[in-house]
Design a protein around this ligand. Structure first.
Ligand SMILES: [Mn+2]
Length: 323
């Protein structure tokens, strides 16, 4: 089944020339790394690749090769194929995804989220993969395309960030072999780890102060909240908690952790983490979000207190039942 989808994608990209490549809003290292890695592969094989991502590229990924060519909006022109990376549903692609403009061009989905809606004409979705970047390496291998140093650096960034430095429960021998292959192609693991994993804006570090004062623990769930007022106090921008939800999961009291972050519009963005054998993807999906069993998220209506009252019982359930 998966081999077929991969074969179909390779055939589509082989025959097409003008390829539009998209990735998800609020991009992480796998989103940017996969977008750029795919761009390098296509261009090195004579294709025209246009890379679009609605939101600003985060500073820790801006010096990846080719990052300055990412555009916030697609140009109006015909495409031979549209490739969507690391996004479980069309809404995750934001304004960059404009299917009405694609005509007969096939939409291709390459992703590793278990919650993927298979919204493409061809869907290569493998939830056992640790990163979308890993699937792109698999595609390049199946295609018989060598991976350049530039592509390798971008793709290894995706792998390193999604596995938090090869530490997550989905890191298999195959994932390590993919990492090795990218290092052999010239990517520098230590540099990438230094620039991405060991990076936190000062304002985000300061934001952890008030956020950590609010940490609570009950029924296997450790959680806290980030209000707009806290952000104002330390002048922290919206949308970046710097991995606070992963820190909370380090408490032995936690099977599941959560950060409830109030957005400027009053809605509440919820970041979720779970220890291996527990599953927060199901909770996120039931609330309109998505993700992986060990890392998921969603955005629901506020106010904050009401959002916590609604979600905490669901998290207590998830923290009780080993999936
Ligand atoms: Mn990913």
């Amino acid at each position: 089944m998966q081999t077929t989808a991969l074969d179909e994608i390779i055939a589509i990209l082989d025959h097409g020339h003008r390829i539009l490549v998209l990735t998800h809003i609020a991009p992480d290292g796998d989103a940017i790394g996969s977008l750029l890695g795919m761009g390098w592969l296509l261009r090195q094989h004579g294709k025209s690749a246009t890379l679009v991502e609605q939101d600003t590229v985060p500073p820790e990924f801006r010096n990846l090769p080719g990052a300055d060519e990412i555009r916030p909006e697609p140009p109006e022109q015909p495409w031979d194929a549209v490739v969507c990376l690391d996004a479980s549903d069309p809404a995750r692609l934001g304004m960059a995804f404009r299917p009405a403009a694609y005509g007969k061009a096939p939409v291709v989905v390459i992703d590793h989220h278990v919650t993927n809606l298979n919204f493409g004409r061809v869907n290569y979705v493998d939830p056992s993969a640790a990163a979308t970047a890993q699937l792109i390496v698999r595609m390049a291998d199946a295609w018989g395309w060598p991976i350049s140093r530039e592509a390798a650096e971008c793709l290894l960034t995706g792998l390193v960030t999604d596995t938090r430095g090869f530490r997550t429960s989905n890191v298999t021998v195959d994932v390590m072999a993919t990492g090795l292959k990218l290092m052999e192609a010239g990517a520098n693991l230590a540099d990438i780890a230094q620039r991405t994993l060991n990076y936190k804006p000062l304002a985000v570090i300061k934001l952890w102060g008030p956020a950590l004062e609010h940490v609570q623990a009950q029924d296997g769930v450790v959680w806290t909240q980030i209000t707009q007022e806290m952000r104002r106090q330390v002048e922290a921008p919206n949308g970046n908690e710097g991995g606070l939800v992963s820190l909370l999961l380090e408490a032995p009291e936690a099977n599941v952790s959560a950060v409830f972050a109030e957005k400027p519009d009053g809605r509440v963005e919820i970041g979720l983490r779970a220890r291996p054998r527990f599953d927060v993807a199901r909770v996120a999906l039931s609330l309109g979000g998505g993700g992986h069993p060990q890392a998921a998220g969603c955005t629901i209506d506020g106010p904050l207190t009401q959002a916590e009252e609604r979600v905490l019982p669901l998290l207590a359930d998830a923290a009780r039942s080993e999936g």
